[in-house]
Design a protein around this ligand. Structure first.
Ligand SMILES: [Zn+2]
Length: 136
């Protein structure tokens, strides 16, 4: 059955068998999991990391960003989880899916470039500053 609502349940380990309409959240393992809201029964795993998903909780109502897009599953379901509600997206064309994927890749690439940058910057600055520090 197609779900319209989800509620969060804090767990230490994600259970093997999931119930419909529950978003299992494991802070310890920084991951969340739920059964696909279209009712197909597929287990959707959303890692809660900077490059993956962001979970916010306000007064017990959870939201997940970005949207859940099950392009790798037969159901092709696409929806957002906002304030415990399942917001269904209109069906996307293959071209739109490709654009979304490219966007995700660009976001990831930008993130990793930013993470890598300070290391090089520090090393480079240390090399540049070395003789000046010595003479001071
Ligand atoms: Zn599904």
């Amino acid at each position: 059955m197609k779900q319209s609502f989800l509620r969060a349940e804090q767990v230490e380990f994600i259970p093997k068998e999931l119930d419909d309409g529950i978003l299992y959240v494991s802070r310890r393992f920084r991951t969340a999991s739920h059964r696909c809201c279209c009712g197909c029964g597929i287990k959707i795993v959303t890692p809660l990391r900077e490059t993956e998903y962001k979970l916010t909780e306000v007064n017990g109502a959870v939201s997940l960003e970005p949207s859940i897009g099950n392009w790798n599953h037969p159901c092709q379901a696409h929806y957002w989880i906002r304030n415990n509600r399942v917001v269904w997206a209109a069906a996307m064309t293959p071209a739109q899916i490709a654009t979304g994927r490219m966007h995700d890749e660009a976001v990831k690439a930008a993130y990793f470039a930013k993470v890598a940058w300070p290391w090089w910057k520090k090393l480079w600055r240390r090399i540049l500053e070395w003789p000046f520090k010595k003479s001071n």
